[in-house]
Design a protein around this ligand. Structure first.
Ligand code: AMP
Ligand code: MG
Length: 488
């Protein structure tokens, strides 16, 4: 394997240096014939990388991990996790590598990470590889989330490796180059905790404070303040997911970040018909990670973080538990506040409107959506037109017209702000049938559908002519039992 230095890139390895117990130095598998499928030029520029250089043979070797910059130490990260409620003490990056950290043009530290780069010591039964389809899927959905203003890991590139991956059939393999403010997870703390090394747990918390929540360092109890900051970040994140109808699909504790960024786009999808019971993941039989359960599950995951951090909160366990319970108790009020502020904006309600008026209006609208199996994204977007006086397009989505009319009358009497609504209610989201269409074509070697899809979902708010199909729900023949697959 060639390990020629990649030009113009200087990577730090602060994670590996400060937390060697959580890092195993490792190398990517060879990629016989790397071919660039997608490159995020604006993100590359933001990172201080030259897109033209990344497109060269040398650049592609960097993006699949077979050439690392001089001095870089790629590592597989160790972490634990509760998977569907069951604790696994040693998960870790089975098919991923942290190449290192770089400082972007605004001075922020960002992880450069590869997914699908080959087996690592954490691979367990897995092959360490990833197929083109799922890596493009993570690229499309994470970039859509970013464009929606939702904190997320970013996607820099997808490079086909030229190697096949055996799934149900043989599929073309790929590596995703991913960027994150860090890859620290709730599971990272669980891993440190079960190691029994109290000093490691403290060092991990210090690392997290310095990278994500520096204000916590000034608090009377910095580790409790760190926990509280993660609670806030996750409460706000999940409220945003709920507002756009995003279903993560696998909210295991190893997929919950300390930064508050959305991570690990596996079986995720956006709602069409609004229904809290919606599950897309083929392995989520019990509906644990259903759309409507996400706030509850996030709180559960944060309780696992509190358990892992307990020895840091206070010397005496009783006291530590008391502090943890109080801090976790902030999740619900913070989630509720983020949810209701976002929903008021989605309905274009005037600021300062009494909650006794706003809350039932939101609640009743959601009940109408659910009862009528109404497309979540279209309904909110068309409410903007209704606020301008064009009520029929949204009205026609509902079955129970009398109930809709009664609701609409009360809502319009509050003079909702249509322009403000159009700035928060997206027109273009990654609709499941269009994502499938683009990924199926790409897997067969046709990248054509991917470009317009990405263009639509990365500019989600302003209506553009010619993009009507990206604003339209799936045709009836796509069915209502869409399934997504994990670990693929
Ligand atoms: P995920 O569901 O993608 O968050 O993955 C859960 C765990 O399974 C992580 O430890 C992954 O690194 C590991 N994993 C998923 N797919 C593979 C694979 N094909 N080979 C090795 N490890 C994998
Ligand atoms: Mg994961």
């Amino acid at each position: 394997m060639s390990l020629a230095p990649a030009p113009t890139l200087s990577l730090d390895h602060r994670f590996a240096r400060e937390l060697p117990e959580l890092a195993v130095a490792w190398q990517a598998d060879d990629a016989p014939d790397p071919r660039l499928l997608l490159l995020n030029e604006p993100l590359a520029t933001e990172l201080g990388l030259d897109p033209a250089t990344l497109r060269t043979a040398e650049g592609l070797r960097l993006l699949v991990g077979t050439a690392v910059p001089a001095g870089a130490t790629p590592v597989a990260q160790g972490y634990a996790g509760h998977q569907f409620g069951g604790f696994v003490p040693r998960l870790g990056d089975g098919r991923a590598l942290l190449l290192g950290e770089l400082t972007d043009v605004e001075g922020r530290l960002r992880d450069l990470h590869l997914k699908g780069s080959g087996r690592t010591p954490f691979a367990r039964g897995g092959d360490g590889l990833a197929a083109v389809g799922p890596m493009l899927r993570e690229y499309v959905i994470s970039e859509a989330m970013h464009a929606l203003g939702i904190p997320t890991t970013r996607s820099l590139a997808v490079v086909a490796t030229g190697r096949s991956v055996r799934r149900e059939t043989l599929l073309p393999g790929a590596v995703l180059a991913r960027v994150a403010s860090s890859h620290l997870r709730v599971g990272s703390f669980q891993y440190a905790r079960v190691s029994g090394d109290a000093e490691l747990l403290r060092r991990l918390a210090d690392h997290a404070i310095s990278r994500h929540h520096p204000d916590a360092a000034q608090a009377e109890n910095p580790y409790l303040a760190l926990f509280a900051a993660v609670v806030t970040a996750q409460a706000e994140l999940v409220a945003r997911w709920m507002q756009v109808g995003f279903v993560h699909g696998v909210m295991n504790t190893d997929n919950v970040t300390i930064s508050g960024e959305t991570i690990d786009y596996g079986p995720c999808a956006f709602l069409e018909a609004h229904d809290p019971a919606t599950v897309y993941s083929s392995i989520d039989h019990g509906g644990r990670y259903a759309y409507g359960n996400q706030p509850i599950v996030a709180e559960w995951d944060l309780a696992r973080l509190a358990e892992a951090m307990l020895p840091l909160f206070a010397e005496e366990q009783e006291r530590a538990i008391e502090l943890a319970v109080a801090a976790l108790g902030e999740f619900r009020p913070q989630y509720d506040a983020a949810w209701s502020a976002g929903m008021r904006a989605k309905l274009g309600l005037p600021e300062g409107l009494d909650d006794a008026v706003a809350a039932p209006l939101v609640e009743e609208f959601l009940i109408l959506l659910q009862a009528g199996h109404v497309d979540h994204t279209s309904a909110f977007r068309l409410l903007g037109a209704a606020a301008r006086g064009d009520v029929d397009p949204v009205r026609n989505l509902f079955l129970d017209l009398a109930s809709f009319d009664a609701w609409s009358e009360g809502w319009r009497a509050l003079a909702p702000d249509a322009d403000a609504m159009d700035r928060v209610n997206p027109l273009y989201i990654p609709r499941n049938h269009l994502v499938e269409e683009a990924l199926t074509a790409a897997t067969e070697g046709d990248l054509a559908p991917l470009g317009p899809l990405l263009d639509a979902v990365t500019h989600p708010y302003a209506e553009r002519p010619g993009l009507e199909r990206y604003a339209t729900p799936a045709p009836a023949d796509f069915g209502t039992t869409y399934q997504t697959f994990c670990g693929t």
